[in-house]
Design a protein around this ligand. Structure first.
Ligand code: NAD
Length: 489
């Protein structure tokens, strides 16, 4: 089947009780291909009954699942990853078709980490251990890690399958079942992945609903959802947190960012420039939570840095996301496109700023309505400017010139977010000082883009609560701990 026929077959479907079926909701949301704005299908805007049906199926499945040997759960989850890997090309094509992410530089790369994530968590199944507490020789006291039950998982569109894997794999290995809400802009790849995984998993263990914020709110508020794991914007995360507080259930929130990268005068300039190109996620039109979107460049290398970065951008092809020659795809939606343009207009209207455009827009007439933007570097900024303070989530890098390292560090931290940060320097004490001082959950020195499921990833400040990645994320995020005392006297 082609990516188009799969999207057609999954139009208006949800995954419940082992397979794709029609939901009860009649309302739908149209889905467009952002490369040309052609309609590619519809997704259901799931209602309270759909959520309820999914939660009931998940609850039933979880009762048996939690009784299985941990190693058996781990094996099935690992097998899911292998199955998705064998469908990598198909899933990546669906993802590029609906999100406009470049197939070669983005979607295939994302598919490359998914099997690893499932295998990693599958292999950790036997590590779901509690503690023993030696408080009295006559009382054997220990703790047991137990699953929550039904987990509500909500994901955005920018790395949909990777984020699905980061939530679903540890949740299932820990003995939970899942009701996952896909983003309206990236539902088909999630529906297809879940359809495949349901060939392996027991029925009802992994269910998927589609729809927008209203569907998400219903999922969070459902009384049988005992834990929420959410990835999205700070604004939505706040709503989720409030709603979860009403029910007194735990949440993991992975939210937005405006990550600083400090480039010192002694940095390996060519490597640093390339790391900014990759770290700013220009290949994804900057639509990355951890994008290095605030660049603090030492004044002595500032102009050369900007010139070198523009030279790299000029070699990159913006074009049809499905084409192998394309490096940079589209923006996700018209709303997001307009939002990014507004920030560029702000810069255009500010005489103290200079806008540098890289690469060029596609000339192919078939893409004339596509949501393509050229990468933009804005120089002359102060950190207090709104372009440096707000998450633009587009191909706009804010560049701040510095001369005083302590001030640069201070400015790097002067923002509401704290997701990721980076520094380029050959001076080890300075690198270590920065790694300690930077207020972010993920700090990298002399590199920027590294992802492994074993690495803990979670935001400081408004960038989130809790973490994903690592054994700790599985144990703390997907189990509760019970204390047992056995009186042997
Ligand atoms: P969004 O907050 O608009 O939506 C995210 C998901 O939440 C979608 O599925 C949406 O339908 C749902 N949703 C929205 N409001 C909700 C509510 N009140 N209750 C329940 N569900 C709700 O974000 P987006 O535009 O899809 O994604 C971009 C954002 O995600 C950016 O801010 C980005 O930084 C962030 N993000 C963070 C990480 C991370 O790991 N920290 C990773 C990827 C993306």
């Amino acid at each position: 089947m082609t990516h188009k026929s799969i999207c057609a077959s999954l139009s208006r479907k949800i995954i419940i009780n082992g397979g794709a079926t029609n939901p009860s909701a009649a309302e739908t949301i149209l889905v467009y291909n952002p490369a040309n704005m052609d309609k590619i299908g519809q997704i259901a805007s799931c209602n309270a009954k759909d959520i309820n049906d999914c939660v009931d199926a998940a609850e039933l499945a979880q009762r048996e699942w939690k009784k299985r040997k941990a190693s058996e759960r781990g094996s099935l989850v690992t097998a899911c990853g292998q199955l998705l890997k064998s469908h990598a090309a198909e899933l990546a094509a669906i993802m590029s078709y609906e999100t406009g992410k470049a197939l070669r530089t983005e979607s295939m790369v994302e598919l490359g980490v998914i099997a690893d994530t499932f295998s990693y968590y599958g292999g950790l199944a036997l590590e779901l251990k509690g503690d023993t507490i030696p408080f009295d020789p006559n009382m054997l006291t220990y703790t047991i890690r137990e699953p929550y039950g039904v987990i509500g998982a909500i994901v955005p569109w920018n790395v949909p399958l990777m984020l699905m894997a980061m939530k679903v794999a540890p949740a299932l290995v820990a003995g939970n079942s899942v009701v996952l809400k896909a983003s309206p802009e990236a539902s088909f790849c999630i529906l297809r992945a879940a359809e495949l995984m349901n060939q392996i998993l027991p029925k009802g263990l992994l269910n998927v609903v589609t729809g927008g914020a209203e569907t998400g709110k219903l999922l969070v508020a459902h009384p049988k959802i005992r834990k929420i794991t959410f990835t999205g914007s700070v604004e939505s995360g706040r709503h989720v947190y409030k709603s979860a507080a009403e029910k007194l259930i735990p949440v993991t929130l992975e939210l937005g960012g405006k990550s600083p990268m400090i480039i010192c005068e002694d940095a390996d300039l060519d490597k640093a420039v390339m790391s900014v190109y990759e770290g700013m996620r220009f290949t994804r039109q900057g639509q990355s939570c951890s994008a290095a979107s605030r660049l603090f460049i030492h004044e002595s290398i500032h102009d050369e840095f900007v010139a070198k970065l523009l030279a790299i951008l000029d070699t990159k092809v913006i074009g049809d996301p499905m084409d192998d020659k394309t490096d940079i795809g589209t923006i996700i939606s018209k709303a997001q496109y307009d939002k990014v343009q507004q920030f560029i207009k702000v810069a255009e209207n500010d005489p103290s700023l200079t806008i540098h455009y890289g690469s060029k827009l596609p000339s192919d007439a078939r893409l004339k309505d596509g949501l393509f933007l050229r990468p933009v570097l804005i120089t002359g900024l102060k950190n207090s400017h709104e372009i440096c303070q707000k998450e633009i989530f587009g191909p706009v890098a804010a560049i701040i010139k510095w001369s005083d390292f302590d001030q640069a560090l201070k400015d790097a931290n002067d923002v509401e977010f704290g997701l990721a940060a980076g520094i380029w320097t050959r001076d080890l004490p300075r690198a270590l000082q920065a790694a300690q001082a930077l207020e972010a959950g993920f700090v990298q020195v002399n590199q920027y883009i590294v992802f492994r499921p074993s690495l803990q990833f979670g935001g400081f400040k408004n960038s989130g609560i809790g973490c994903e990645g690592s054994l700790k994320a599985m144990i703390e995020g997907y189990t509760k701990e019970k204390t047992v005392i056995v009186n042997m006297g």
